[in-house]
Design a protein around this ligand. Structure first.
Ligand SMILES: C[S@@+](CC[C@H](N)C(=O)[O-])C[C@H]1O[C@@H](n2cnc3c(N)ncnc32)[C@H](O)[C@@H]1O
Length: 305
């Protein structure tokens, strides 16, 4: 099917299930984000994975397998080994699975994860307390005051920088606490605002943001500009969009069932929290946006001078 038509059809189906004005009226702030992840504590374990990982798998070939969820950590591991990193900080560590995986295979390095959602920090501490070189604490990545300058060899953040509307603040803080030549590794999704050529595209950008507790997705250009303004040099930039499609298609299949039966979906809407059912917006629309090359998923490695 023509992709423009696919997007149009999907939006028509969504309109039968949700009142779009109320979806778009949601104001996403830090409290909303914390409540979103708390609400989705059980659904994420059921519909995504139970490994303590809240991100897309990077599939090298064929269909999605759970092993794909460790690809981000494997890429980070190669950088740890390359620069012999000893102190590593994970911003927005979620349920702790990334740092725990890396801590196990790098016993001589220390890992610290911070996250704003108390439920996530509690889960991480409970599940990974046996790892002596890995710790987790509550913290907001906009404020890294508790760390002194030149503290870390590597800072990484997976699918979470998108939650800020103040990228430069986060990047400046990261720059300050990295050691000279230290690396900031970012995996994230972006929407290209220069490609808003129709009402449906504009609407779908807003809907997928609401579906994943974001006020607005940024464009890749905005991140690159903010990184340069914060003092970073861009060391690597890789478009991994096609590789996350298998994970997304898994969510697309689940969401399609929802939108196939609008009356049933409306009934479900009465019983389940909005912060849970809005996930279907992201799952349903994002694969189409990726195929249209309007949405991208990228690895970015920045280096402090
Ligand atoms: C999609 S999850 C990714 C979690 C983890 N990086 C992973 O790969 O499994 C996004 C995470 O960002 C966290 N987060 C959002 N805003 C934050 C902030 N201002 N400071 C710290 N963590 C934040 C959320 O609590 C959530 O755990």
């Amino acid at each position: 099917m023509n992709l423009q038509k696919e997007l149009g059809d999907k939006i028509q189906r969504i309109e039968k299930v949700f009142d779009l004005n109320s979806v778009l009226a949601e104001k996403i702030d830090k409290n909303y984000i914390k409540r979103y992840y708390t609400t989705n504590k059980i659904p994420y374990s059921i519909f995504h994975n139970n490994l303590g990982l809240l991100h897309m798998g990077i599939t090298r070939k064929g269909n999605f397998t759970q092993d794909d969820l460790y690809e981000q950590a494997k890429i980070i591991d190669r950088q740890i080994k390359k620069i012999k990193a000893k102190k590593i900080l994970e911003l927005a560590s979620g349920r702790g699975g990334n740092s725990a995986y890396l801590a196990k295979i790098n016993p001589l390095s220390t890992f610290e994860g911070i996250d704003i959602t108390p439920v996530h920090i509690n889960l991480s501490k409970k599940r990974f307390s046996h790892l002596k070189n890995c710790s987790y604490s509550l913290g907001d990545f906009h404020n890294l005051k508790k760390y002194s300058k030149n503290s870390f060899d590597i800072i990484f953040i997976i699918e979470a920088l998108c939650h800020t509307q103040n990228r430069k603040k986060v990047l400046c803080e990261a720059y300050r606490i990295l050691k000279p030549k230290g690396l900031m590794i970012i995996f994230d999704g972006y929407l290209d605002s220069s490609k808003i050529t129709s009402k449906n595209i504009r609407l779908s950008y807003k809907l997928i943001a609401r579906g994943t507790a974001l006020e607005k997705f940024s464009s890749y250009e905005e991140i690159i500009n903010a990184s340069k303004k914060s003092g970073f040099k861009i060391k690597e930039n890789k478009d991994l969009s096609p590789r996350i499609l298998p994970t997304l298609q898994k969510f697309e299949r689940l969401s399609s069932i929802y939108y196939q039966f609008p009356n049933l979906a409306k009934l479900i809407n009465n019983f389940f929290p909005k912060k849970f059912v809005y996930n279907t917006l992201y799952g349903y629309l994002t694969p189409t946006l990726i195929k249209m090359r309007l949405a991208t998923y990228r690895l970015t490695i920045l280096q402090k001078s």
